[in-house]
Design a protein around this ligand. Structure first.
Ligand code: C5J
Length: 221
């Protein structure tokens, strides 16, 4: 398989060694009343990418390819949440505080769920992560190795935080990563643009980029 129009140059991959990595498409980041909004953000740009992420997910499901979802959240006793993360700034609600979707960013609460239109199917992998990067303190690397994955198509939120952190972690570990540009979003559109530029600058120093249509058109079915 090859995505000819990928930037900065074509992205070649084998279907058996390529996974879709969907980052943190959770209610707490995307819906009003969650963690994202409690930090003072407008969630609209995140809501807008849901149809494109859904198209990408359908393409991988139809082709029976490996699909991995991540969720950023913490244990109810906050034992995996550094105090520095919880106490920084003056958000309307802190991690662990009660909100309209349960306790903010806590595993098992409704806000930590992936949004309904993108809910994982039973055979899809879900990685629960305490940090921004999906490799930190998770089983992600073992999962990729046991599935013989070498190439990652990455999408989700937010572009310059958890998506970029994860792509950089993956790149350092030797994975070839491509970011789906219309299936990722930031609360700050200018940060999304800069992140895309950074990823593919210097000959793809972090990886490649392509649109959802370009990716899906490269899939066999
Ligand atoms: C943030 C994320 N922004 N998923 N998390 O705190 O990008």
């Amino acid at each position: 398989m090859i995505i000819d129009d990928a930037q900065p140059f074509p992205f070649a991959f084998e279907e058996d060694s390529c996974a879709l990595l969907l980052i943190d498409m959770q209610r707490d980041f995307i819906e009003p009343g969650g963690f994202g909004e409690s930090l003072g953000n407008d969630v609209t740009p995140l809501l807008e990418i849901v149809p494109a992420v859904s198209t990408l997910l359908d393409g991988f499901r139809y082709n029976n390819l490996c699909i991995i979802h991540t969720r950023e959240c913490h244990q109810p006793d906050l034992s995996d949440c550094p105090p520095s993360k919880r106490h920084r700034g003056s958000p309307a609600r802190r991690i662990g505080d009660p909100g309209p979707m349960g306790r903010i960013l806590i595993d098992g609460e409704p806000g930590a769920d992936i949004i309904a239109p993108l809910a994982p199917l039973p055979d899809e992998i879900v990685i629960t992560k305490p940090g921004k990067g999906a490799f930190y303190n998770t089983e992600l690397e073992a999962v990729l190795q046991s599935n013989a994955i070498s190439h990652l198509i990455v999408a989700g939120v937010t572009t310059e935080v958890c998506v970029q952190s994860t792509m950089r972690e993956a790149n350092d570990r030797g994975y070839d990563c491509l970011l789906a540009t219309d299936a990722t979003a930031s609360y700050f559109p200018e940060f999304k643009k800069s992140t895309i530029d950074m990823i593919r600058a210097q000959g793809g120093i972090v990886g490649w980029t392509a649109t959802v249509d370009q990716i899906v058109n490269a899939l066999p079915l």
